[in-house]
Design a protein around this ligand. Structure first.
Ligand SMILES: CC(=O)N[C@@H](CCC[C@H](N)C(=O)O)C(=O)O
Length: 384
């Protein structure tokens, strides 16, 4: 059966209603399987990864393969409360597809649907990946041998939707597309006490406030302004009531750089600034880092040149873009397997990760058309 544009929009809306957090994508995984199972199975083979139970691999057998081409779509959502007035608003309270992974899955299913009917020349592997926002689902799958065993992937592709690009525009660049990231958790140990006797306590909230503002000087004063670095603390937890001085505070954030060296430099400076704060506030501050698989997303020169040249001469709408400070654990996969990541414009009024992120659904058809066009060219052109 061929999925129509209306079918695809309905599928995307169904995904949108059942967003699930990293490694808990149980309903989403079941729905992907249900849809794939409704396709002609002649060329398809489904494979689960028992240690990563919400992942799904779908192999499409090529007619005369000279390579295996991977395509990855991430499937997890974010702990964001949706603020859109939609008939298909998220049904899972406090969880939302605020990064557009519902679009990513639908585009992947559209491409897969096409190749379930039109047998590709090369083998294709579709990877429906859990845990992109955290928990490194891509790295987990790679480390479990998902792409180096029976489905040995030679080149890997994936897209991310882009709120700022016009609907359907493909954006790409050779080299670094996205930053590398490191999650940072900071635990501040002060001393609790009565609000009236600050001199007898050690206020962890005051220390946290100083920590946050001093750490930001790493970006403004320590790094070359022509290079890129970001530190964002998106979560701060401390205190229980207005008249008790909090003895502890916890701050969670993310460090970003376009090179691994920049990330290492920021990590080191955070440790140094923290040591100074420990002395000046007479407090203990623990700093924990977790990079997971969120390496800078490096697009392979040869494959990406071919991808961009195709997009420029096809009837796709194409734009060269600057690197972005978003992160992606596709960076881990591209560190192991050559490939290309690209943007798909969805022209949303709200930014990625916001409660009013609202992609234009027309981008689904545009993304499917652009990428199947590229794959047909990649597999069948004499030039390749
Ligand atoms: C495209 C996108 O928004 N990706 C996420 C990746 C998260 C990386 C990691 N959990 C971190 O926060 O450092 C992003 O926030 O850029």
């Amino acid at each position: 059966m061929t999925l129509t544009s209306d079918d695809l929009i309905q599928i995307r809306r169904n995904f949108h209603q059942i967003p699930e957090l990293a490694l808990h994508e149980v309903q989403t995984h079941a729905y992907i399987k249900e849809i794939v199972s409704s396709f002609s199975q002649e060329f398809l083979e489904l494979k689960e990864i028992p240690e990563l139970p919400t992942a799904l691999l779908v192999h499409v057998k090529g007619s005369d393969p000279s390579r295996t081409i991977g395509y990855r779509a991430d499937i997890d959502a974010l702990p964001v409360t949706e603020n859109n007035d939609l008939s298909y608003v998220s049904k899972n309270s406090g969880v939302m597809h605020a990064c557009g992974h519902d679009i990513h899955m639908t585009v992947a299913l559209g491409i897969l649907n096409y190749y379930s009917i039109h047998q590709p020349k090369d083998n294709l592997v579709f990877f429906f990946q859990p845990a992109e926002e955290s928990e490194s689902g891509g790295r987990k799958a790679y480390d479990l041998g998902a792409f180096t065993g029976i489905y040995h992937i030679d080149e890997f592709y994936g897209l991310h939707d882009n709120a700022d690009l016009p609907t359907g525009v493909i954006g790409c660049r050779i080299g670094t597309l996205f930053a590398g990231t490191t999650e940072v958790n900071v635990i501040i140990h002060g001393k609790s006490g009565h609000a009236a006797y600050p001199h007898e306590a050690n206020d962890a909230i005051v220390i946290a406030a100083n920590f946050i503002s001093q750490i930001q000087t790493i970006i403004s004063r320590n790094i070359d302004p022509t290079k890129c670095g970001v530190i964002t603390f998106g979560k701060l937890e401390a205190g229980s009531i207005r008249n008790v001085i909090s003895g502890t505070a916890r701050v969670e954030g993310t460090i970003r750089g376009l090179t691994q060296d920049m990330i290492e430099f920021i990590r080191q400076r955070i440790i140094e600034v923290t040591k100074g704060l420990e002395i000046s506030f007479n407090a203990k501050i623990d700093v924990e880092y977790n990079q997971g698989g969120y390496f800078p997303v490096e697009n392979n020169t040869e494959l990406t040149t071919r991808f961009i040249n195709y997009m420029k001469k096809s009837d796709a709408k194409y734009k060269d873009v600057a690197p972005a400070m978003t992160g992606e654990d596709f960076g881990y996969l591209l560190n192991k397997i050559p490939g290309t990541m690209f943007w798909l414009g969805v022209d949303s009024p709200g930014s990625l990760h916001s409660s009013d992120f609202l992609p234009h659904e027309k981008a689904i058809d545009d993304g499917i058309k652009a990428f199947t066009g590229f794959l047909n060219y990649r597999m069948n052109s004499e030039e390749n």
